[in-house]
Design a protein around this ligand. Structure first.
Ligand SMILES: Nc1ncnc2c1ncn2[C@@H]1O[C@H](COP(=O)(O)OP(=O)(O)OP(=O)(O)O)[C@@H](O)[C@H]1O
Length: 799
């Protein structure tokens, strides 16, 4: 469809008209906003001047109350108006440089002519002629733009479906008020604009995709039906982008009762938070809470244990092969992240209702006040129908009462007398003040020696019992480590089924006894392996009752393939009033506990089939066609991934004679790519260990002094030249990716396929792989027509 010059001029004139009206409205609003702000400040500062305060009699008191209420109402009304007008002003300012990006002409059934609907990041209403000059992309009518090509179309409104015909669909690229390009599109969102957007360089922060949201992505963004939305999307298919657009959409749609603080996003690492932090503000919305699962574990268990994080576990997996316990730990990791273990745990929880609870005895000054047996007997003396958490609560009350009894008896102990003699002045004074307080301010008769002694004894004993009381209140009398380890009881024969306490049998993983010994040893030294953290916390909550946050309405989980069944269960229980969106890619499931997402029983069991919806994205937008064709060839079933038609060079595999040739070629390539205009360049390594070694090798080479090493502690994502382990590069992207060591020696294991795939799919425009020996099978098996090979000449200069 060709666009005439006349069309172009008309569009440019419209842009100018809209901008003039925006400018006019901004100029009108600005003084009103400042005036309102001044009024608010004034009312706040002089609040009491305008209130008649008189409390002499009840009539006066009533008048005072009414006066205060009126004043408070005026203040909140002004604050509201100020907020509203200021938001309007901000959104108009945001529109000014580029008021809209799309247009559809829609002829509603029964109407004589189509209406022109221009779509931008927010609405702009022209009071002068009572029309919408720009519609917010989230309005119901704007969904037509994303969902249909020209022709018959319909959209949903709160009052029903509206049908009609789209007679024109147009896209604009407007910068600082100037129409840079425009396209009429036949398909949903035309390729031209998308080509332009995707052809750009990677930034240090993700951009919003509002102008080019694809139809299948729009299904994710506007989905507001099911309790759980599961998105399986190929690498670069826009899952994170769609998730953030979805947040903006929901905040708009439910703006009456949903605010940013009622949504939470679980992201793969803290660095990722900085990478995506500008998308929502760009769309005029506040950022939602962002956290990681590790943060939550730290918050709940960090005081009791030194918790390993997933990246430390990953390092062990990648580098720990020589450790004699390696195979056992891997087997343990698989089991501890399985639904099998979750079911074992749930059965164990049921069992605990009848028997088997474990407690820590209550001890005081090397004496046992309450034994474990007494506690167990008490626990099981409660009615069997009382749920575990309620019994724990009863136990707590009972223990506190018992403690009080011991405390009273302890007052006459000899050690108290000794301690009294050593009270210094300050302690004595404190005891005195406390006694005074307890006696209602009356001066205690300290002259009465007997009474004085009693008071001091009371104070001293109470002081010593205080930590004990605190521990009981914290429920520290339950022996969670002991309970957890009961799930890891060694058995005489590796192959057998364990029948504990007459319950159903358990199928045990290989190397069971080694797993048990390892778990016991680590927990005994107060170290919590990552694979044990979620299950241990889960067990604790089964017994104590689940913590919950009822304020949160939407939970979004990015990189959801890396969550275990325990973690999903947790999030469901932690946010009971929330809907969940889980986005991920099973092909990037780099942890042993990764799930398949769609069809995964760990997800289906959360809310049931009816409440679970799946969306699959197969189109990949990040990388050039050639990179997608190469990377998808590494995956079984990879043909289903469709590249977007954006061309670049084929990936290049560089064969070097020696490690030093390889390093020098990496250096030359970084500088060359930089000269070609690719400014965000990542050397991706297998692990942190390999990254640190690469950093040492490359940092002092000419031209590379700016190269940075990214570790799990790096707080913000930065562009430029970086060296990064593959697992930290998850979710982010670079103009060019250089795989540091693609040799068979580095990627020797089928289990590393997904990690290797994840590393290669971070590239937007260029991908190069280096090897100084045999190439890894993961790449060597790819059809050689999908990449170029370069064999470095043995160059004595490089050595
Ligand atoms: N509709 C779109 N319009 C423009 N750009 C898009 C669109 N969809 C995705 N992109 C771009 O493609 C790239 C990949 O998107 P994103 O990071 O959201 O994908 P992802 O599925 O989360 O990737 P991964 O799983 O590989 O981390 C980003 O640069 C994003 O801006």
């Amino acid at each position: 469809m060709s666009i005439s010059e006349q069309d172009r001029q008309q569009e440019q004139q419209r842009i100018e008209r809209v901008r003039r009206l925006l400018q006019k409205q901004i100029e009108k609003n600005e003084p009103e906003v400042s005036d309102l702000r001044a009024q608010v400040v004034d009312i706040r500062t002089n609040f009491w001047d305008d209130v008649t305060v008189n409390i002499a009699n009840s009539d006066d008191q009533l008048e005072t109350a009414i006066s205060m209420k009126q004043q408070a109402e005026i203040l909140s009304e002004r604050e509201r108006s100020h907020r509203h007008l200021q938001a309007q002003l901000k959104s108009m300012k945001r529109l000014l440089p580029s008021p809209y990006f799309g247009r559809i002409d829609f002829k509603e059934k029964g109407d004589p002519s189509p209406e022109q609907i221009y779509i931008g990041v927010s609405s702009f209403y022209n009071e002068e002629d009572d029309t919408f000059l720009v519609y917010d992309w989230r309005t119901p009518v704007a969904s037509l733009y994303y969902d249909y090509p020209p022709g018959p179309a319909r959209y949903e409104t709160p009052s029903g479906t509206i049908g009609g015909e789209i007679t024109l669909k147009r896209q604009y690229l407007i910068r600082d008020g100037e129409l840079k390009a425009m396209f009429d599109t036949g398909v949903t969102i035309g390729d031209e604009l998308l080509q332009q957007v995707l052809g750009k360089s990677a930034g240090t922060q993700m951009q919003s995709i509002v102008a080019t949201i694809q139809q299948e992505q729009n299904r994710i963004i506007r989905n507001d039906r099911s309790k759980l939305l599961v998105v399986q999307g190929a690498a670069g298919s826009g899952k994170t982008s769609a998730a953030l657009q979805r947040v903006a959409y929901l905040l708009y749609k439910h703006r009456e009762h949903l605010s940013a603080d009622r949504m939470v996003l679980f992201s793969p690492n803290p660095m990722f938070n900085s990478y995506i932090s500008s998308v929502l503000p760009e769309l005029g919305e506040e950022n939602i809470r962002q956290t990681t699962f590790q943060d939550y574990l730290e918050h709940r268990l960090g005081k009791q244990f030194q918790i390993e994080d997933p990246f430390q576990q990953m390092e062990y997996r990648l580098n720990g092969h020589n450790d004699p316990g390696y195979e056992a730990r891997m087997s343990g990791i698989r089991y501890k992240n399985s639904e099998l273990f979750l079911d074992d745990m749930l059965r164990f929880g049921k069992q605990l209702e009848k028997s088997g609870m474990m407690f820590k005895s209550v001890r005081f000054r090397s004496r046992t006040l309450i034994t474990q047996e007494e506690m167990r007997a008490k626990f099981y003396s409660y009615d069997a129908s009382i749920r575990l958490p309620n019994r724990v609560e009863l136990m707590k009350e009972w223990l506190l009462a018992e403690l009080k009894r011991f405390e009273v008896a302890e007052r006459s102990a000899d050690w108290v007398r000794d301690e009294m003699d050593y009270l210094d002045n300050e302690q004595y004074q404190r005891a005195y003040v406390q006694m005074r307080k307890r006696q209602g301010g009356h001066d205690p008769a300290f002259d009465d020696a007997l009474q004085e002694e009693q008071m001091l004894r009371e104070v001293i004993v109470r002081h010593h019992f205080k930590p004990l009381r605190r521990r009981i209140k914290r429920l520290a009398f339950i022996d969670y480590t002991g309970l957890y380890l009961r799930l890891f009881s060694p058995v005489p024969d590796q192959t057998l089924e364990l029948n504990e306490d007459g319950t159903e049998g358990r199928s045990l993983p290989g190397r069971w006894n080694e797993i048990c010994a390892y778990t016991k040893e680590r927990l005994g030294s107060k170290e919590l392996p990552y694979e044990d953290a979620a299950p241990l916390l889960y067990l604790r909550e089964l017994v104590e009752g689940f913590n919950s946050n009822t304020n949160i309405r939407y939970v979004l989980i990015d990189e959801a393939q890396d969550y275990s069944p325990f973690q999903f269960e947790f999030l469901k229980r932690l946010f009971p009033f929330s809907r969940m969106t889980a986005l991920g890619d099973f092909n990037q499931g780099i942890f042993p506990h990764s799930t398949t997402l769609v069809g995964s029983s760990a997800l289906l069991r959360l809310y049931g089939e009816v409440e679970t919806e799946n969306i699959v994205l197969t189109r990949s937008y990040r990388s050039t066609r050639e990179i997608v064709e190469f990377t998808r060839a590494m995956l079984p079933g990879g043909e289903a991934i469709e590249p977007f038609q954006r061309d670049g060079g084929k990936p290049v595999i560089v064969f070097a004679e020696s490690g030093s040739d390889r390093l020098e070629q990496i250096r030359l390539d970084i500088l060359k790519l930089n000269d070609e205009g690719f400014h965000s360049i990542a050397v991706i390594c297998k692990s942190a260990t390999e990254s640190a070694a690469a950093f040492e090798e490359l940092r002092n080479r000419p031209g590379l002094d700016a190269i940075k090493l990214v570790t799990r502690e790096t707080p913000t994502f930065s562009g430029g030249f970086v060296i990064i382990p593959a697992y930290l590069a998850k979710g982010v992207e670079f103009d060019a990716v250089l795989i540091y060591d693609a040799s068979a020696a580095a990627y020797d294991d089928e289990g590393l396929r997904k990690l290797f795939y994840t590393a290669c799919t971070r590239a937007m425009h260029r991908l190069r792989l280096y090897t100084a020996g045999e190439l890894t099978r993961l790449a060597a098996d790819v059809d050689s027509s999908l990449y170029d090979s370069v064999t470095l000449p043995a160059n004595p200069m490089l050595k």
